[in-house]
Design a protein. Structure first.
Length: 202
């Protein structure tokens, strides 16, 4: 049995799983020792990732399915969720914001030309697996006309290709998320998609 000091069930999340797989030492210092970054230290890549996720989440949340998608509304969502003080300089903020807008334009032109099939977004869940409580967030869930659900995960970062694009690679987070979502939604065929903002080959 895996328990905490208070004999409660052990809690784990997708981000913790990914951290442990990529660097067990980082997991130890971050989630066991709970060491924090120095106060005031900027994390621009994290802020960039969060801004894109929040922008897409808000875009779908407030979209009227009776209307066509509007790219200006997606840009408006980006402006609302972008905070320049999260970056190391104004120049860095402007550069990354332009990059984010470019990513969203490509995304919009690729995925927002048809009907809106999204059923839910930013779905926070918690599921019990024996003595373990697994929690996480599904970026978006689409319901197709044939009744199938697509579990959609947005990804950024330099390791996207190696970790998510190669067919032979499936992350623990994806496996756990799929298990958890099947305990929430039933009577459907599972289809998963990965939306990647950018892959840069070194």
């Amino acid at each position: 049995m895996i328990t905490t000091k208070n004999n409660d069930k052990f809690s784990i999340s997708g981000s913790k799983l990914e951290t442990y797989v990529s660097c067990p030492k980082k997991y130890y210092y971050s989630f066991v020792r709970k060491l924090q970054k120095p106060y005031g230290q900027k994390a621009p890549l994290l802020a960039f990732d969060q801004a894109l996720h929040k922008s897409l989440g808000s875009f779908y949340k407030f979209h009227n399915k009776l209307e066509l998608f509007d790219f200006n509304k997606l840009l408006k969502s980006l402006n609302y969720n972008w905070h320049s003080n999260d970056y190391e300089s104004e120049e860095q903020s402007e550069e990354l914001k332009a990059t984010a807008a470019s990513f969203l334009k490509t995304y919009f032109e690729t995925y927002c030309k048809g009907e809106d099939h999204h059923a839910d977004q930013d779905n926070f869940f918690k599921a019990e697996m024996g003595d373990i409580i697994y929690s996480g967030k599904i970026d978006r869930i689409d319901q197709n006309p044939d009744g199938t659900l697509e579990i959609i995960d947005y990804k950024t970062g330099k390791n996207v290709y190696e970790r998510f694009v190669k067919p032979s690679i499936i992350s623990l987070k994806q496996i756990a998320n799929l298990w958890a979502i099947t305990s929430t939604y039933t009577m459907y065929d599972e289809v998963t998609q990965l939306y990647c903002y950018k892959i840069k080959k070194k």
